[in-house]
Design a protein around this ligand. Structure first.
Ligand code: OFO
Length: 175
């Protein structure tokens, strides 16, 4: 059993995760249109991961006998100009998601809601990895270049990485 306030906030977080999925789907399409196939595959894999995040929360609410309330998912903005700006926007977005997860943990702690607190630990750890991964990509774009040969190399790397992503959990699987 979780509080009504927690149920509302978890539903808001489900919407945020679905928005993340939508944002990355849009960035995948954008990358493919500018011939960055590896980057497109990476964002498509991120899309899948975000759907898993949303479904983990969906499953948790149902397991807690709480209502899942799906609301409209906002349209993502047009992709910014340039690959560097795309990843900078991605990092800014992930930082906002981290802040939202931290707020949820604060609420769980203030309510002495141990179950939700423990459930959210997976997301806290996941956000560290998500931010670090994007930071690393930005660092490599700075080092090797966000155009020409450097970009081609990084695009190939992202394509290879995409093949290994999202293989850890099936949608809806528990943490
Ligand atoms: Fe769900 O972690 Fe990104 O947004």
């Amino acid at each position: 059993m979780i509080s009504e306030a927690m149920c509302t906030r978890m539903n808001e977080q489900i919407n945020r995760e679905l928005y993340s999925a939508y944002l990355y789907l849009s960035l995948s399409a954008h990358a493919e249109r500018i011939n960055l196939k590896g980057t497109a595959a990476w964002f498509m894999a991120k899309h899948g991961e975000e759907m898993v995040h949303a479904l983990k929360m969906y499953r948790y609410l149902l397991d807690q006998d709480a209502a899942v309330e799906l609301t409209a998912v906002a349209a993502p903005p047009a992709a910014p100009e340039g690959v560097m700006a795309v990843f900078e926007e991605t990092l800014a977005h992930e930082r906002s998601v981290t802040a939202a997860i931290n707020d949820l943990v604060d609420l769980a702690l203030s309510e002495k809601d141990h179950a939700t607190n423990i459930f959210l630990h997976w997301f806290v750890t996941e956000q560290i990895e998500e931010e670090a991964t994007v930071n690393d990509i930005i660092g490599r774009l700075r080092l090797f270049g966000d155009q020409g040969q450097g970009l081609l190399m990084i695009d190939n790397e992202l394509g290879a990485t995409a093949k290994t992503m999202g293989q850890t959990a099936a949608p809806g699987a528990g943490a």
